[in-house]
Design a binder for this molecule. Structure first.
Ligand SMILES: C[S@@+](CC[C@H](N)C(=O)[O-])C[C@H]1O[C@@H](n2cnc3c(N)ncnc32)[C@H](O)[C@@H]1O
Length: 308
């Protein structure tokens, strides 16, 4: 007797849809909406039936996964977008409105205005905090922030993605060296000894330290004729503390060759500490780029990967 017929596209779509919805606190993911999304996907991707008795079922499922996953993933994106905009029921909470209330609350309490940030990315980051705190709605999360302001520290750590490294994207730094040469040449011609460089959103300090090392390497003793000021600013206090310390593990230094490592770093306690001559070239401090204050008379501003 033939076994039961099973649409393996449906199994795959259900799996992918469940993962795609894991961190989506910003939309309705109730069973009705999930079902609608699944139906939408199945209307886009042709069914593939197997019988439960068919030999090598596992291999068939694997092959189908490889063959159809791109089409299923595309249909899922479309399904989530379409169904979440028009759920078949009233939403108890207007998620988009409450999310904006949450951003307003952050601005009111901590002065940080996230309204210009990439909203989808922000929602995904906030979702990480919701998940860790076991909260399922933005309104409950708002209440948590009111009752336990220490949650702000954890939220900011999650929102202010502060990953960086020394000489991140090495090809950019070749160009930076060219720009610095031009600036020094102009300053010489103008008999102006002041050079001001600002790393805005400096994370743990890798960027401003890379600038200082590049200046030393490119201009050597000539730098003594100039008054160089490098500012490293950020909104993440924890990052600023790390930056001031200037101690890093090897993973942040993969673009620094052995000669530079020996010249500008001291090996201490299993890590690398930026030498004092480089550390004292930088002034670190808190500065919120969404606020009214900014540095004046700057020759170059580095603002890379900040409003991501
Ligand atoms: C991914 S890191 C980039 C570090 C470095 N600029 C680079 O390109 O490698 C982004 C940094 O921007 C900071 N940042 C985000 N919003 C900011 C704001 N409004 N004002 C200042 N810094 C901000 C974060 O705290 C984080 O340390």
């Amino acid at each position: 007797m033939a076994g039961k017929l099973r649409n393996i596209i449906e199994d795959l779509a259900r799996d992918y849809l469940n993962s795609a919805l894991t961190l989506r606190y910003d939309i309705c993911t109730c069973p009705i909406c999930r079902n609608d999304m699944l139906a939408f996907v199945l209307s886009r991707v042709p069914a593939k039936y197997v019988t439960t008795e068919q030999g090598a079922l596992h291999t068939i499922i694997q092959q189908s996964r490889v063959e159809h996953q791109a089409a299923i993933a595309r249909a899922i994106i479309e399904a989530i977008d379409t169904i979440s905009k028009k759920p078949r029921h009233e939403l108890k909470e207007d998620k988009s409105k409450i999310f904006h209330l949450l951003l307003d609350k952050i601005k009111e309490d901590r002065g940080l205005d996230f309204s210009h940030y990439h909203q989808e990315l922000l929602k995904r980051r906030v979702a990480i905090r919701l998940r860790s705190t076991g909260i399922s709605t933005y309104s409950d999360y708002l209440r948590t922030l009111m009752n336990d302001p220490s949650e702000y520290d954890r939220l900011f750590e999650t929102l202010c993605i502060n990953v960086s490294e020394f000489f991140r994207d090495p090809e950019v730094w070749h160009k930076v060296a060219g720009v610095l040469k031009k600036i020094i040449q102009e300053k010489k011609e103008e008999h102006n000894p002041f050079i001001c460089i600002w790393s805005a959103g400096c994370a743990d300090g890798e960027e401003p330290y890379s600038i200082a090392i590049l200046l030393k390497e490119t201009f050597g003793d000539l730098l003594a004729d100039f008054r160089v000021e490098i500012y490293g600013t950020d909104v993440d206090d924890k990052s600023l503390k790390t930056a001031q310390k200037g101690a890093y593990t090897k993973q942040f230094l993969k673009n620094v060759d052995k000669t530079l490592l020996a010249k500008y770093f001291d090996y201490e306690d299993g890590g690398y500490c930026v030498k004092k001559e480089i550390r004292q070239m930088i002034n670190f401090g808190y500065l919120d780029l969404t606020g009214p204050e900014h540095k004046q008379n700057v020759d170059i501003v580095f603002c890379r990967n900040v409003f991501i």
